[in-house]
Design a protein around this ligand. Structure first.
Ligand code: SF4
Length: 288
């Protein structure tokens, strides 16, 4: 069976396999999903996606503690404060907070950036700042926002890490994950942004997605950069022209949850729906 016909049902099955609560429990999206109000979810997603790197358990702890000073309705609290008031409270409450490259100061600036973007869009969050318009590609919009934030935020290691530009060749995994969360309405995503076209989403490329995509022929590239993002996304659009990024969660969690040994072998790979397609080789039998 040609790759395209075989891959679509296999990825569908993989997607179904990972639609379970324990998959989402170890994902940064679990934090925005723990809020019920849409603007709280957007602000939590803005923070969670930004900090989504490194080991999962301490990363989730860092995200929750980053949001804690704003209470159970963080967007309501942030909108009710002036910039100066919010800065004062956040700086005092987050003193000593750190997550790898990000300091408390980076985090405060990031939260206040959401507040400014939200106010500039008449309290409609940040969707309009990322929305592709006539004659502007989605990546040109993302690049424009990244460049304006680079000018606005104090330069630091954390800020540089948070502001990769797709037009400079960066894969922009955390931005693309934030977009997926906000735009897609299918499980497990939030689907709150009603104007951003789902088909314009690009794959949030992490180490697992790039590795497994190579193994199943979605890309031939070896460097996980903007060109690999383009190649995988183009391949997924052939499988689902309407919602190509719906496969992302399952592809990444096959790796994140340790279910993919990285080398096709039985019995480990027997439950994997991609086993007939995967080109990761087979382990040699040990001679007795
Ligand atoms: S190595 Fe095994 S688990 Fe990983 S993608 Fe290939 S068949 Fe699936």
């Amino acid at each position: 069976m040609p790759l395209r016909q075989a891959l679509a049902p296999a990825l569908d099955l993989l997607t179904t396999l990972y639609q379970r609560p324990d998959s989402i429990a170890m994902d940064p999206l679990s934090v925005p999903l723990s809020y019920s109000e849409p603007w709280d979810r957007e602000l939590a997603a803005w923070v969670a996606a930004h900090l989504a790197y490194g080991r999962v358990a301490p990363m989730l702890k860092a995200i929750r503690s980053a949001l804690a000073p704003m209470g159970s309705h963080p967007s309501f609290w942030l909108r009710s404060q002036s910039q100066a008031q919010a800065r004062k409270v956040l700086e005092a409450s987050l003193k000593g907070w750190v997550w790898r490259f990000h300091t408390a100061n980076d985090l405060v600036e990031w939260i206040l950036a959401w507040k400014r973007l939200d106010e500039a869009s008449a309290f409609q969050g940040v969707e309009s700042h990322l929305l592709p318009r006539l004659g502007t590609s989605p990546d040109e919009c993302l690049s424009r926002l990244v460049q304006s934030l680079r000018l606005e935020l104090p330069p630091s290691r954390g800020t540089r890490f948070s502001l990769p530009d797709p037009l400079e060749g960066a894969a922009c995994k955390r931005w693309r994950m934030f977009l997926r969360w906000m735009v897609r309405e299918g499980w497990p995503d939030l689907g709150q942004w009603k104007h951003y076209p789902k088909v314009a989403l690009m794959i949030p490329l992490d180490t697992h997605v790039s590795r497994i995509s190579r193994m199943i022929g979605l890309t031939t590239r070896s460097t996980p950069d903007a060109r690999m993002v383009e190649e995988i996304t183009t391949a997924l659009r052939l499988l689902d022209p309407v919602d190509p990024i719906r496969f992302d969660f399952a592809l990444s969690h096959l790796g994140i949850l340790g279910d993919c040994p990285g080398l096709r072998s039985l019995p480990r790979c027997a439950p994997c729906p991609l086993v007939e397609i995967c080109g990761a080789g087979v382990t040699k039998r040990k001679t007795p």
